[in-house]
Ligand binder design. Sequence first.
Ligand code: GDP
Ligand code: IMO
Ligand code: MG
Length: 426
Amino acid sequence: MKRIAVIGAQWGDEGKGKVVDFLAENKDIVVRYSGGPNAGHTVVIDGKKYVLHLIPSGILRKGTLCIMGNGMVIDPDALLKEMEDLRSLGVHVDGDNLKISESAHVIMPYHKKLDFLQEKVKGGGKIGTTLKGVGPCYSDKTARLGIRIGDLLDPAILRDKLRLSVAIKNVLIKEFFEEEGFDVNELYETALRWGETLKGYIANTTMMLNKAVRDDKSILYEGAQGTMLDVDHGTYPFVTSSNPTIGGIYTGCGVGFNAVDAVIGVVKAYTTRVGGGAFPTEQDNEIGLYMREKGGEYGATTGRPRRCGWLDLVALRYASMINGMTHIAITKLDVLDGLERIKVCVAYEIDGDVTDEFPLSYSRFERAKPIYREFEGWDRPVKGIKDRRELPVNAMKYLEYIAESTGVKLFMVSTGPSREETIFFD
Ligand code: GDP
Ligand code: IMO
Ligand code: MG
């Protein structure tokens, strides 16, 4: 297990940051392959809290090289602020331990504005995006109108690309949304300054990663978002605009099939979701409130309260299949401490039919009613337990049931936010 993918198995915020930090010890490289500043990965070390948005969580480990892969979308202002915030917490960040792919895309100010305007015009049907400009930036990437990080170092190309892109955006912003447009010269000056500041970080990370694979280095691929937010495999249109799933690693890093040895799905012991979209096991009641308060379920990026509900095994089995998961890491088990009964959704009833297959049609998914299996809660808290032999019998039964019905080996269990509140199953 030298090269490990850590992928969110639900709708994001599964605790990937904690799992990545735990596993990053002694890793040569930690690489983010998709998403952008929409991510919020929380790591707690010695009571100190770090929230990573763009920079891989491996930055907190000395001697680890962190890479922001070509599949990412990067807001340079947000990145520079994140670097400063980390430095003020005593974390070392410079061009030696952080590299940015020259092919990653730049989130421009007009992307953020369009994210906001598009959400506004959707009204009640809005996605509930993080408003970080992620969707419009990926749209430009596939429309071949994007500005890449490497372009920030090439004034002539940058000017040409910006001229075209800004001209098109201004028509949309001014005529359709009836808002103020952008000044291309101002954006050009800003973008040149970004290039100047970031040039020591920009590199051909595709070559670096492939060399690392050839040299048998250890690599950790840090997923952002989650499987159910994947633009192809998630609950479209209530998704993000990238591929957080396994395929995103290959396209978002430029590595081949031999570059991943194990795929760890990170699963919260219950489910949360931020933003819009159907959520069959949602508990919009006192159980959901209990989970939110006990689990601190407020967005690490936007501060929004997260919607909470029971674990959904139909979605989890699907996530396991899509990613070819070899292992699961179950987080936040301690949040279920104190509950008398715990429910798990084992199948859906859709239009009178019972199915354990995840529906690809969003309208069918919206009509899915959960069918639950109930477990008894445990008699004493699991909070802070580090040794599997200390787990209450009922907690072990719950964990084993999840692993068995997913058909994937249980790899680790998290019983608190701190590094050491972790049980490792070998
Ligand atoms: P990510 O986006 O997948 O990295 O997850 P977030 O950081 O957005 O959200 C997970 C939250 O749960 C963070 O506040 C973590 O500090 C916290 N957390 C992680 N693991 C555990 C755990 O086992 N128990 C508890 N109580 N909190 C945890
Ligand atoms: P991490 O990496 C949870 C959600 C947003 C919204 C949808 C689209 O911390 O798990 P976007 O801004 O990407 O266009 O928003 O996706 N979303 C996340 N939800 N965790 C995340 O990241 C998310 N990143 C995006 O709330 O519903
Ligand atoms: Mg998060």
